[in-house]
Design a protein around this ligand. Structure first.
Ligand code: SAH
Length: 352
């Protein structure tokens, strides 16, 4: 056990088993040893590379998507541009640069970065110090009373999930316990009423992210009341099924996930159907999800790539490779999806 696992074991001994969601929260966000709290996990040397760091085109197109949604809603004067989980700050830097095409948009928005990790917050501040707009940072999303333009790339996959396993007793929650001086999974002895439709085979897993659903509902409610548009891009499934998707990145096995909390990334597929339903429950309308490939193609990624390649011929092969990685079905084009949340009266946004 590493130091964080030992602390978690102590917590379990004094307070009882943890849900998978509680374990995930500590492993990712413990202030001293949590995964996000203590490191920069991105880039070639890190654990994973995300779309904004594959190409500047990603952030540019998402920025212009926000500008178009803002124009479609009669250019509200006092709006917020919020990013959830901005990582290294690359997406926002590219989005704001592209939005210079619409100076009135830049004048009308306050930028808000929602970031729990002090390490990543410092990276973002450095990355955006010359952005030329006022930016503030907060720990968790708070709905305000202004039109909300929001982007979230690979944010919802990092929110904690709970897991329930179908047994003869009903749906029993998977918990983290201490066994033989190590962290281990066990099923709660009492079944839960999880309100799941459909039958799962014995041993089938129902996975749900209450934090994600609550947040999508809050965003939907704010957009329904005050206007705005949200764009959620992530890997996940459009139709829900039974099965577990919680994973540790880095080729580590599921078991290892309990042994070295804080040292590896934990994430789960996003359940787009329920995320969209939660936003609609908040009063908004939703579009998609559509595959990231189709979405970026519709926004004009090929034309943008051609233009960048003309400006810099030497870079043409790497620009083409980046487009391929972002849009082709074998890579990020279909596993990754885009979901939009808008007021019921708004027109269909670009890309959907
Ligand atoms: N959007 C970035 C980073 C994705 S990784 C990109 O595409 O590269 C997830 C990001 O969300 C990190 O910045 C992480 O610190 C942040 N994060 C994860 N859970 C969070 C939470 N509960 N509250 C606020 N930020 C969170």
């Amino acid at each position: 056990m590493n130091a964080l696992a030992r602390r978690i074991a102590k917590l379990i001994e004094t307070q009882g088993p943890l849900s998978v969601a509680q374990f995930m929260t500590i492993a990712l966000h413990d202030p001293a040893e949590g995964y996000y709290a203590t490191r920069d996990p991105f880039g070639a040397k890190g654990d994973f590379v995300t779309a904004p760091d594959i190409s500047q085109m990603f952030g540019e197109l998402l920025g212009l998507w926000c500008v178009q949604a803002w124009l479609d809603q009669d250019s509200p004067k006092r709006a917020e541009l919020v990013e959830l989980g901005p990582g290294r700050g690359t997406l926002m830097a590219d989005a704001l640069r592209a939005a210079k095409l619409a100076p009135k948009f830049l004048k009308s928005i306050d930028v808000v970065m929602v970031e729990a990790s002090p390490t990543l917050r410092a990276l973002q501040q450095e990355r955006l110090k010359d952005a030329g707009v006022a930016i503030r940072w907060i720990d968790r999303f708070e709905a305000g009373d202004r039109p909300l333009f929001l982007v979230a790339n690979e944010f919802f996959d990092a929110l904690p999930v709970r897991q329930f396993v179908q047994t003869e007793r009903g749906w029993c929650e998977r918990m983290v316990v201490v066994e033989n001086e190590a962290l281990a999974f066990a099923l709660s002895p009492i079944a839960s009423n999880v309100g799941v439709e459909g039958d799962a085979p014995p041993g089938g897993v129902f996975e749900t992210s209450p934090a994600s659903l609550a947040l999508a509902e809050e965003i939907g409610r704010s957009i329904a009341r005050h206007g705005g548009a949200a764009l959620i891009v992530d890997y996940g499934y459009a139709e829900r099924g039974f099965g577990e998707t919680l994973q540790a990145v880095g080729g580590h096995k599921f078991k290892t996930l309990l042994e070295r909390p804080g040292e590896i990334d934990l994430s789960a597929h996003v359940d787009f159907a329920n995320l969209a339903a939660a936003a609609r429950h908040g009063g908004a309308q939703t579009f998609g999800p559509v595959g990231q490939g189709a979405f970026l193609e519709a926004l004009g990624i090929s034309a943008r790539a051609e233009k960048l390649s003309r400006l810099n011929r030497k870079e043409a092969p790497s620009i083409a490779a980046a487009v391929d990685r972002l849009v082709s079905p074998g890579q990020m084009g279909t596993l990754f999806k885009a979901l939009a949340i808008l007021p019921r009266t708004a027109p269909t946004p670009p890309g959907f």
